[in-house]
Design a protein around this ligand. Structure first.
Ligand code: PLP
Length: 414
């Protein structure tokens, strides 16, 4: 029996799973032949949309040649070498080194280790504290769980990573004060989603990212941009960090790097930080995964990046940002809706009425189910908002269908 992630298996067992069979662009079909519009690009990953045969062909060709081999030590393969060159050139700080992983959670845990290890190597082992924001989601491995700002995601596991401090997600003064209270010489790094994602899609308040970046720079705290969602086009540039001139010391990514055709993640490390690890005499960084630099996955990533580049999906996303916000705006008047959060990237949340959720905590689940009945696949975020993050290939008709379907679903609940 398949034990689904993030699932109440008693409920799944009672109603049975929705088994999806096929995808094309922004559309999906289930085994019964029912068609859906995918409002979320899977779990924010299908940036180029479904049905891209050229990615499948690239993977098949690489699998026939050599599916994978270890990349520990001096071992490598051509797709991984080429991908690292390519992504390094696209990185917010060109020339960043690319450490490959199997997904976003791997990347966050890798970054957390790198941040603390960096300070050890620099002769400051007392710099251990990692700062997170409330509402944050950084994956579900041990470091990512410890860095969670969504309370339900961190409780129930006993002691996790120590030396973690939390700040409000939107208050740069609080970040400055917290670093001051802890003492900058005890703080190792600050983890920051440019747009809060799973916590509910909260775009950054005006000036917040710039101020937070400067505060970290002034205090010598490493700035880690978690771009697992925002990377590879979703915010109208290759990375949100480029759009907001963040120049992060480390950047975590995954999802859009392959558009989900195969699992991959990475940490991009700015040259001056990487130098501390790469310098002669430092020795081995004792960390890595069996599938770091997996050849067939790297081939999928290369084919995916070809599509993003050829179809200028970063530029397309930049245009879609306002179109998506405009398409959803009328829903703000709906009695079931608290607010629409949109306007940074192809990312939005239809926040359900907080009052109504308090009266009926199952409302978000009911809303998801009502959307499904209207042919719209979405899911509820931690805030009780419905996720809207379609593939970057959605067109005007798709946006109109999406907004109309959401509206009809909300009508059935009202
Ligand atoms: N970081 C962020 C910002 C995410 O949104 C996610 C997943 O949604 C992760 C990390 C974890 O990625 P994965 O589920 O690929 O492990």
């Amino acid at each position: 029996m398949f034990w689904h992630p993030f699932a109440d298996m008693a409920a799944v067992g009672a109603s049975g799973p929705l088994v999806l069979e096929r995808g094309e662009g922004v559309r999906l079909w289930d085994e019964a032949g029912r068609r859906y519009l995918d409002a979320t690009a899977g779990l924010w990953f299908a940036n180029v949309g479904y049905g891209r045969r050229e990615i499948a062909d690239a993977v098949a060709a690489q699998m026939a040649l050599l599916p994978a081999y270890s990349t520990f030590g001096d071992l490598s393969n051509r797709p991984a070498e080429e991908l690292a060159e390519r992504v390094s050139a696209l990185a917010p700080i060109p020339g960043s080194k690319m450490f490959m992983t199997s997904g976003g959670s791997d990347s966050v845990d890798t970054a957390a280790k790198m941040v603390r290890r960096y300070w050890q190597l620099r002769g400051h082992p007392e710099r251990t504290v990692l700062i997170k924001r409330d509402r944050a989601y950084h994956g579900m491995h041990t470091a990512g769980t410890s860095l969670a700002g969504i309370p339900a995601n961190i409780t129930g596991y006993g002691s996790l990573l120590g030396d973690i401090a939390q700040v409000p997600w939107d208050d740069s003064d609080a970040l400055r004060q917290t670093i001051g209270l802890l003492g900058a010489d005890h703080v190792a790094g600050f983890f920051c989603e440019p747009v809060m994602g799973a916590g509910g899609v909260f775009p950054p308040p005006e000036g917040y990212l710039r101020e937070a970046r400067q505060i970290c720079r002034d205090a010598g705290v490493l700035f880690v941009a978690d771009e697992v969602i925002t990377g590879f086009g979703r915010c109208g540039d290759w990375f949100a960090s480029s759009r907001f001139s963040l120049e992060p010391d480390l950047l975590t990514c995954a999802k859009g790097i392959t558009s989900g055709y195969l699992p991959m993640g990475a940490v991009l490390v700015a040259p001056d930080v990487a130098e501390t690890f790469w310098a002669k005499g430092v020795g081995m960084f004792r960390h890595g995964y069996t599938y770091s630099g997996h050849a067939a996955v790297a081939a999928a990533a290369m084919a995916n990046l070809d599509i993003i580049e050829r179809e200028d999906l970063c530029g397309r996303a930049a245009g879609l940002e306002a179109e998506l916000a405009a398409a959803l705006a009328p829903l703000a008047e709906h009695p079931m809706v608290q607010e629409i959060r949109a306007g940074t990237g192809v990312l939005a949340a239809v926040q359900l009425s907080v009052e109504r959720i308090l009266a009926d905590p199952s409302l978000p689940a009911k809303a998801v189910s009502a959307c499904r009945s209207q042919g719209i696949l979405t899911r509820a975020l931690a805030s009780g908002g419905l996720q809207v993050s379609p593939a970057l290939v959605i067109d005007a008709d798709g946006l109109a269908e999406l907004a109309a379907g959401l509206g009809l679903a909300l009508d059935t609940l009202a």
